[in-house]
Design a binder for this molecule. Structure first.
Ligand code: SAJ
Length: 414
């Protein structure tokens, strides 16, 4: 099936960080696309021609997709190809996946889809989710998988901040029960993806996705542990990593104030939750990364003591997003740090982030200079380009730079 030959609509369910760019790429690639989301406000915004989050190149891609006829609706479409890209959080207590959004999207698809439909799940799911939760929902309705509906898992791999480039250039995995269906889906994705597309089975695709993010989490934990070791011995961790990385087989990541975002800080828990007796390293890595906001808090306390500053309200946290140059604050280290501060009754710390345009925490400033005027200690939690361009403005402050972006002397590091 060439997307443009047989113009059945592709209905992309969930118009968030993954669903929207994917829908736009498919529309640009010549497919008829409808993006569906249960959030009416979000759909109205998209229908007004406005985007719901910032991402490099997204404006232009949106304009192109609109000109090619992409539509947005709260209604699930009656068609035969669905891509489900809804959130898959984890249950904090059990560390297991919360599949309710995927299940609900699946059921809404099953209500309207035509016989022989292909249902592609893009959302990250813990290994075994399709067998445990997805197949039973279909079977319950008396439908036959492989005849009435076909199941595919095509986990996304793109990185916020460089999504559009990566949609085109990252190798992808497609897990399908049936190779012919896998080939059809491969053809759909190759309308915008120029890289290799690997066909495999669903369980392998599920595990591979979670393994990729867990690998990164473990490697960041190694860098964070090194930062703690080096601090205890007054060594420069960044210089040590820089030199070590000159070795042809060493590639250490960067330490930071913690690991945020909706993927790397969540997916390893799926493995810990599902394989409690077999996960040691992965669990310890998670704990190390989760300990970083408290570690930063201790550094702040030490610096306050060293400068005889008693009032936490003199401290300002720069950056609320989970990483640089994105507007996504999910699981962000700064939010984790603020939670820790609340636990220690350390109220009044100031906050600023140029990417966060609405007030989401207390004492959040909307203007950088007003924020700087109120504080003595600046804690750089996120290395946005904005701060790199405004180094002159922060020079007089006592600075704790958790992202290694300041190049001048006298700056405290992790
Ligand atoms: N971080 C560090 N040190 C580093 C790299 C990252 O502290 O050296 C921190 C970041 O500041 C951030 C967190 O880790 O708080 C995660 O950021 P990230 O840039 O590593 O990754 P994400 O969460 O934006 O996207 C990841 C990517 N996965 C991998 O690189 C294996 C992306 O390809 C996935 O598509 C995405 O998760 C996802 O949706 O699963």
């Amino acid at each position: 099936m060439k997307g443009s030959d047989r113009m059945s609509v592709i209905n992309v369910i969930g118009q968030g960080y993954i669903g929207l760019p994917t829908a736009l790429m498919l529309a640009r690639g010549g497919h008829k696309v409808v993006g569906t989301d249960i959030n009416r406000e979000l759909i109205e915004t998209l229908n007004k021609g406005e985007l719901t989050f910032e991402e490099k190149g997204l404006d232009q891609l949106f304009a192109e997709a609109l000109s090619k006829g992409i539509k947005f609706s709260t209604e699930y479409q009656k068609t035969d190809i669905y891509i489900i890209a809804v959130p898959t959080p984890y249950v904090k207590e059990s560390k297991r996946i919360e599949p309710k959004y995927v299940i609900s999207a699946l059921n809404s698809v099953l209500d309207v889809c035509i016989p022989g439909s292909i249902i592609i799940i893009e959302s990250t799911i813990s290994p075994g989710t399709v067998d445990r939760y997805i197949r039973p929902e279909i079977i319950k309705r008396g439908l036959v998988i492989g005849k009435d509906v076909h199941l595919v898992h095509a986990p996304e791999r793109i990185i916020p901040g460089n999504m559009i480039y990566e949609l085109e250039n990252n190798c992808r995995t497609i897990g399908a029960d049936d190779t012919a269906i896998g080939e059809k889906v491969k053809e759909i994705y190759s309308s915008f993806c120029k890289a290799e597309i690997i066909l495999t089975d669903i369980r392998t695709a599920e595990m591979t996705k979670v393994v990729e993010n867990t690998y990164r989490d473990v490697n960041i934990a190694f860098a964070n542990e090194l930062a703690k070791i080096c601090r205890s011995d007054n060594l420069d961790v960044y210089e040590i990593i820089r030199i070590a990385n000159k070795h042809p087989r060493v590639n250490i990541l960067q330490p930071g104030p913690g690991v945020g975002g909706h993927c790397i800080s969540v997916d390893p828990w799926f493995l810990v939750g599902d394989y409690p007796d077999l996960t040691n390293l992965i669990l310890v890595a998670r704990k190390i990364n989760d300990s970083m906001p408290s570690y930063v808090l201790r550094r702040i306390r030490d610096i306050m003591r060293g400068h005889n500053i008693r009032d936490i309200a003199k401290v300002g946290l720069y950056g609320l997003t989970y990483k640089e140059n994105v507007d996504d604050t999910r699981e962000s280290p700064t939010l984790q740090l603020l939670e820790k501060m609340d636990e220690h009754l350390a109220f009044g710390v100031k906050v600023y982030d140029p990417y966060v345009k609405s007030r989401i925490v207390e004492h959040q400033f909307m203007n950088f200079e007003d924020f700087l005027n109120e504080i003595e200690i600046l804690v750089i939690m996120v290395g946005h380009d904005h701060i790199k361009k405004n180094m002159d403005l922060i020079k007089g402050k006592i600075i704790l730079d958790t992202r290694n972006v300041c190049r001048f002397k006298g700056v405290y590091k992790l």
